[in-house]
Ligand binder design. Structure first.
Ligand SMILES: O=C(O)C(=O)C[C@]1(C(=O)O)C=C[C@@H](O)C=C1
Length: 316
């Protein structure tokens, strides 16, 4: 009898076990019960996908306090062959942990992931005004490093850390905002697009034509004149020379929506470097609303009208 089970799939995530990225991966329905591969950085996770070592990766892309995760934005912009197929939200809050017996007074140097550190500035500055900071590859790596060397006295970590390591919690809820949220992307190799759900998002990266007055306005107009709302626009330096930027854009809707497809055609005509990153269901499942003059039927009707003129069909 032949084996009808589908082969085990592998998903890469920023580890080790217990990171917020792992919590995001746990929300990906197709990853449940599959092989999870812990890696040390976002580039490694995405490279796993491109090389075929993994079928998918989950990466942090944006935090409600700290903004865009620039290392992830830059990796997506420079690693072709990837597609975003889903997004997931994780509430993030932090504890300060140390090896057993340590008190707050003992803490002079703190291990922390830069994005986590940036979210705990107020508490750190008020409670440990003279502290030093050693960057870690993840929140869990920050805590585990306390056992590897004596460079730091404490670490900023997720509250669940004590399930994995024998550590004392010196302080809880040290994040500046108790409602902080990080948005994660599920990324796969270029693939068939997920079907539209009516609550979708389209991500792309566009460069502006060099030195042209109003170029950014023209980019924005591609969306506004088709009734497409943008939920994110962020600039990142391209890196080849000072003053050159690419724009990371999230737009409401799916590329199979006529208005979104038309906006992307406009961007493609105008932008020297445009990368389509994916159309995928929104994490908040909020339906996209738009004026009826931007509905699919209106675009199709207008195209039929034009085709009729060109082919010489008598007008109705
Ligand atoms: O270190 C972790 O736990 C991660 O999953 C990484 C990460 C990030 O890269 O932004 C995820 C969420 C938090 O905002 C801080 C760190």
């Amino acid at each position: 009898m032949s084996d009808t089970r589908s082969p085990i799939r592998t998903y890469s995530y920023l580890g080790p076990q217990g990171t917020f990225t792992e919590a995001a991966l746990a929300q990906v329905p197709e990853a449940v019960g599959q092989n999870w591969r812990s890696v040390n950085n976002v580039g490694e996770a995405l490279d796993d996908v491109i090389s075929g070592r993994s079928d998918g990766a989950v990466i942090a892309i944006e935090n409600s306090i700290e903004g865009g995760v620039s290392v992830a934005q830059d990796a997506l912009a420079t690693m072709p062959g990837l597609r975003i197929v889903g997004e997931y939200l994780v509430s993030v809050n932090f504890v300060l942990v140390a090896k057993r017996g340590t008190t707050l007074d003992d803490v002079k140097v703190v291990n922390a992931h830069p994005v986590a550190y940036a979210q705990c500035h107020q508490w750190m500055d008020a409670t440990l005004p003279n502290h030093g900071h050693i960057p870690a590859t993840s929140n869990v790596a920050a805590a585990s490093a306390l056992f590897d060397n004596d460079l730091a006295d404490a670490a900023i970590a997720p509250p669940g850390i004590v399930a994995h390591y024998d550590l004392d919690v010196l302080a809880e809820n040290i994040g500046d905002n108790p409602n902080a949220v990080t948005r994660f992307l599920h990324v796969s190799r270029t693939t068939v697009l997920p079907a539209p759900t009516g609550a979708d998002k389209t991500s792309l990266i566009a460069e502006l034509p060099i030195d042209r007055a109003g170029a950014l306005l023209e980019l924005l107009e591609q969306f506004s004149t088709r009734g497409v709302n943008m939920s994110l626009i962020e600039s990142r330096p391209i890196g080849d020379e000072l003053g050159r930027y690419r724009f990371i854009i999230d737009a409401d809707g799916h590329i199979r929506d006529e208005r979104v497809a038309d906006a992307l055609l406009g961007v493609r005509r105008f932008s020297p470097g445009v990368m389509f990153l994916g159309s995928y269901p929104r994490a908040d499942k909020a339906s996209i609303t738009f004026d009826s003059k931007y509905s699919d039927e209106v675009f199709v009707e207008a195209r039929d009208w034009l085709r009729g003129i060109i082919t010489g069909e008598p007008e109705a």
